[in-house]
Design a protein around this ligand. Sequence first.
Ligand code: UDX
Length: 419
Amino acid sequence: MATLGHDVVGIDVDVEKIAALNAGIPPFFEPGFPEILREALDSGRLSFSSTMASAAGAEVHFLAVGTPQSVEGDGADLSYVFGATRELLPHLSAGNVLVGKSTVPVGTAEALQEILDEAETGATVAWNPEFLREGFAVGDTLHPDRIVYGLAAGERGQRAKAQLDAVYASPLADGTPLIPTDFATAELVKVAANAFLATKISFINAMSEIADVVGADVTDLADAIGHDNRIGRRFLNAGVGFGGGCLPKDIRAFATRADELGVGSSLNFLREVDSINLRQRERVAALALAQLGTDPTGKRAVVLGLAFKPNSDDMRDSPALDVALRLHDAGVNVVSVDPAAVPRAQQLHPQLTTTTDINAALTDAEVVVLATEWPEFVQLDPTAIHARVKTPTIIDARNALAPSDWREAGWTYIGLGRP
Ligand code: UDX
């Protein structure tokens, strides 16, 4: 927003995070983010604050707090959404817009508008779902593939639309499809998109289970069905499954919300999508254990990857981390390798042995699991590393390697749904 020319204050309750950001230090790994943060700070148009009073005087307030899975069940924890809104109330002025970015259960925008109205703020809610992918956050933000506005009915909604149009004015919105709609639709767009993506991944993972039984190749299958434009090849990579801070918790929260709305049976299939996905992690851990003989205790396994996807240090609901923890719990001497997530893993999961040094990790390994397809893992030279390991067995849990290259170099190659 600041690089687009707006004056921006970023507010968070985490004092340390705010201090780091003001010093130009990103609190997470994201390609291109350090540069754009520095540029924005240098422009003088961006600052960070840990006091809500810093919001006073702004015309547009983005609400981008987390909506994690609640500790009691599968629903979303909305305490940050409502907490931040209530704290913001005294600092809102008539004509302000509160723009929801957080992924929320349908009905939340309406509830927030009621809170603003009861407090007689004269401010209006708009819902503007966020579609950025981690690892591509900067590009996806500056060049979105669509912009969705959930607007209140009537003149109020039109005023909010004009304010959002001004925020997203050229060049960001140039040529970008704009979909103005109502609150409920805008809220649903986000969870429907993530549910569809999750379903696509679990579909191909289910195919990989079938392929394993009959000796078929799920990557050829995905290529072949993906050439049909109606299906498309993207999000058809079978493997250890989806993770991260969005897809898993969003499908659970969506199914839970459907239950609350009395239409649970419409989204029952999402529970199946979830269980296919979780099965993949078990499947990979079981495959690794099977390579270690009847007693895996103390045997050395290497898991390549900790983050839930490459170009991120995010380990929320990470399949790679899950596999490593399962092996660790089974008594295996597991070493996890990741280019970005090690510092955070050492804080959050001190029981795991973690390193950025691939070669040191591979020394004397009895099985290697590729769990996150970082380029440095995919580009490993199977011939060069063959002599390091004790047993040359690779489980390609992302189907990201060329089986023939590894087999020719003397490895036992095991993919998911690949003969
Ligand atoms: C997702 C949505 O893509 C994004 O639009 C939304 O705003 C937030 O949630 P993100 O969580 O960053 O983004 O990751 P994404 O690229 O969607 O990948 C999610 C997971 O699916 C990763 O664990 C990835 O490894 C896995 N995945 C993806 C597969 O297992 N197979 C695939 O073919 C694609």
